[in-house]
Write a protein that binds this ligand. Structure first.
Ligand code: COD
Ligand code: ZN
Ligand code: ZN
Length: 376
């Protein structure tokens, strides 16, 4: 390409600090170095941790920074030593990388990657630098991805090549929110046909858990939320019934036990609330119930349960990115979507041009949107 090896000037939404609107700036994107890939971003979702940075709820963030971790695009050029990815390929950047060499990557039961620690928290990609400059100032990378920009540079183990015909304005959601929820049901819980599931929290990730429970053949999917406005949509996604804990003046696990002959087979906490996590554990059937923690609770908070609750056969697990090894599974998930194994289009409630990114954040914060897709 004409731009190969050159600095690209383009637009990006730069976050200069918490609680400030993002500003669309002219930035410069340096060419990819060894083992790096430069990508033209075509579509990106606005997801929770972008919002958490903007509202000052994520520590270890260095400003200025380009947020965004749920995007899809087309490879513009690759650095030396990159194999398996070439200019023109459709790709999804991966906020959970898969280096293939670390202890986690080598363990078939793990899906996180030790390389994430290098890129994710210090605002750089692997070579400990960033490829973004704005007004002469170096701008940090977010979560190994940074998708709120026309062009980004990522490490080659932080990007998955996907099907040539994939619709990028849909499959970008496979980069975070959809996969996090869907995989929690399919992969972390391994929901069995005929089982009873309870999903605590009916935001975009909770709805994706419901999609997973349905694909896995659950016979009952109980949606739980303190906001009853969430119920109609949850039923469209496959919840068989929806209930509000506020409608009861006794411990909520007792309510669920009565409804289900002693407790649910699988409980998913998709909020990040300690009390709900404890309630979820107690809501599972004593002899075989599994609880999956998807929500991120405040740092240093602790949940408690009686060890006896586990001795009878309960399991408590957590999962990041739905337990999927990213580079291996993202391309397969894209094909599953294209083969209509599941439908994630219903998660997309709004579409906006990239310039209206702040409007997209407002829609997410106000609860009016499930997902807003920005097109670049
Ligand atoms: N009981 C029942 N429902 C509740 C309660 C409660 N006590 N409190 C809140 N809710 C409901 C809300 O009404 C809302 O409908 C739902 O719970 C939460 O939905 P959202 O829209 O806030 O959340 P999602 O689906 O976008 O995200 C859920 C996460 C669990 C992923 C998120 O909140 C979280 O923990 N994020 C941490 C960062 C993370 O997971 N990152 C991964 C990449 S983003
Ligand atoms: Zn996300
Ligand atoms: Zn690794």
């Amino acid at each position: 390409m004409a731009t190969t090896g050159k600095i690209i000037k383009c637009k990006a939404a730069v976050c200069w600090g918490p609680n400030k609107p993002l500003t669309i700036e002219d930035i410069e994107v340096a060419p990819p170095k060894d083992h790096e890939v430069r990508i033209k971003i075509v579509a990106t979702g606005i997801c929770r941790s972008d919002e958490h940075v903007l509202s000052g709820n994520l520590s270890n963030i260095r400003f200025p920074i380009i947020l965004g971790h749920e995007g899809a695009g087309i490879v513009e050029s690759v650095g030396s030593s990159v194999t398996g990815i070439k200019p023109g390929d459709k790709v999804i950047p991966l906020f959970v990388p898969q280096c293939g060499k670390c202890r986690c990557c080598l363990n078939p039961d793990s899906n996180v990657c030790a390389e994430a620690a290098i890129g994710q928290n210090d605002g750089t990609i692997l070579a400990n630098s960033t490829r973004f400059t704005c007004k002469g100032i170096s701008v940090n990378n977010f979560a190994c991805t940074s998708t709120f920009t026309e062009y980004t540079v990522v490490d080659d183990f932080s990007v998955a090549k996907i099907h040539d015909d994939a619709p990028l304005d849909k499959v970008c959601l496979i980069g975070c929110g959809f996969t996090t929820g869907y995989g929690s049901a399919i992969n972390a819980a391994k929901v069995k046909p005929g089982s009873i599931c309870a999903v605590f929290g009916l935001g975009g990730v909770g709805l994706s858990v419901i999609i997973g429970c349905k694909v896995a053949g659950a016979s009952r999917i109980i949606g739980i939320d303190t906001n009853p406005n969430k119920f109609a949509r949850a039923k469209e996604f496959g919840a068989t019934e929806c209930i509000n804990p506020k409608d009861y003046d006794r411990p909520f696990h007792e309510v669920l036990a009565e409804m289900t002959g002693g407790g649910v087979d699988y409980a998913f906490e998709v909020i990040g609330n300690i009390e709900v996590m404890e309630s979820a554990v107690s809501s599972t059937y004593y002899g075989c119930g599994t609880t999956i923690i998807v929500g991120v609770a405040p740092t240093s908070s602790k949940m408690s349960f009686e060890p006896l609750q586990l001795l009878s056969g309960r399991t408590i697990k957590g999962a990041t990115f739905g337990g999927f090894k990213s580079k291996d599974h993202v391309p397969k998930l894209v094909c599953d979507y294209m083969n209509k194994k599941f439908n994630l289009d219903m998660l997309i409630t709004h579409k906006l041009p990239f310039e209206k990114i702040n409007e997209g954040f407002q829609l997410l914060c106000s609860g009016k949107s499930v997902r807003t897709i920005l097109t670049l």
